[in-house]
Design a protein around this ligand. Structure first.
Ligand SMILES: Nc1ncnc2c1ncn2[C@@H]1O[C@H](COP(=O)(O)OP(=O)(O)OP(=O)(O)O)[C@@H](O)[C@H]1O
Ligand SMILES: CC(C)(CO)[C@@H](O)C(=O)[O-]
Ligand code: BAL
Length: 276
């Protein structure tokens, strides 16, 4: 496995690949969720590139860019254990050689709701770096987690609308045994916050037992209300494509909340028999 830091080295690595290039993009601090993505990628291709880059463009001024965990040595070992071919861990100037770009992606209406309503500019910054990394890695197929469901939906939309010719594969959320969705930000949680944070996955699980929209929301709300240290940002029931009118059939229940200073998100699929 090679660990490289420049776009020149990356270009040399990917140009000689005979088969498909599969890419897993991450911000590092790798956990079992990331490793599941790598394993899925390895099933599809002998040549997997993992990118590790904490993208400043997708963080708001009051967010955790500075304190985001950076654990490159351990991350490299995790990638090695998963049979990854190349780890691309560029510095900021390598990704943005001309400084902050004046032209960025527009995430459209789907970028304004849910996460987009709380994190102005987040999805434009995310899509901009994803597009860059797809180009730099010359990816044929890219793997993203359903834990960041709106992100996955937006990447699919970008690839479709701009005809980028890359296959996007979504991978179900990997959870701790007690249900908490794995996330690099979980390491910010104190033991008490870690316990309170279980309300998110519990609320989704209890909600998904029901098949009628108002019962889904009522059950989830009750669980969240019983945990006062969890400050809910949104609890939303949408269509499976995040369209905001859930019809009968496949749907998605999503939650975002602050636990202490940490903002967490989670979501589950469910099936509605009736919208109301
Ligand atoms: N629990 C998980 N299960 C499946 N995929 C995941 C999980 N957590 C993250 N991923 C996916 O890994 C990729 C990289 O995500 P990222 O590095 O931001 O990790 P993260 O744990 O989501 O971090 P953060 O806590 O900052 O949101 C994304 O496609 C993301 O959806
Ligand atoms: C896709 C991504 C690597 C882009 O910075 C990031 O948003 C993430 O880790 O989910
Ligand atoms: N895991 C999604 C990237 C972010 O929160 O910035």
């Amino acid at each position: 496995m090679k660990v490289i830091h420049t776009r020149g080295e990356l270009a040399r690595e990917v140009e000689a690949v005979p088969g498909a290039v599969a890419v897993v993009m991450t911000m590092g601090a790798l956990h079992e969720g990331h490793r599941r993505l790598m394993r899925e990628a390895r099933q599809r291709s002998a040549f997997v590139v993992v990118t590790i880059f904490v993208n400043p463009l997708q963080f708001g001024p009051n967010e955790d860019f500075e304190k985001y965990p950076r654990t490159l040595e351990a991350d490299v070992e995790a990638c090695r254990a998963e049979g990854v071919a190349v780890v691309f861990a560029p510095g900021r100037d390598e990704v943005y050689p001309t400084g902050a770009p004046s032209i960025t992606m527009n995430a459209g209406p789907l970028g304004e709701i849910l996460e987009g309503a709380s994190r102005a500019g987040h999805f434009a910054g995310m899509l901009t770096v994803v597009q860059k990394l797809l180009m730099l890695t010359r990816a044929d197929v890219a793997f993203f987690g359903e834990k960041d469901f709106q992100q996955l939906a937006l990447i699919r939309r970008m690839v479709h609308d701009l005809e980028l010719g890359v296959e996007i594969v979504g991978v179900p959320t990997v959870r701790e045994v007690d249900g908490l969705a794995m996330s690099s930000r979980n390491r910010y949680l104190s033991p008490e916050e870690r316990r309170a944070a279980l309300a998110l996955s519990r609320a989704l699980r209890e909600g998904a037992v029901h098949t009628e929209a108002s019962a889904v929301l009522a059950a989830a709300r009750k669980i969240l209300a019983d945990e006062p240290s969890v400050r809910v940002d949104y609890l939303a029931l949408t269509g499976a494509d995040l369209g905001d009118a859930p019809e009968a059939g496949p749907a998605r229940l999503l939650v975002a909340a602050r636990v202490g200073a940490t903002r967490l998100i989670d979501n589950v699929p469910l099936t509605l028999e009736r919208a109301v």
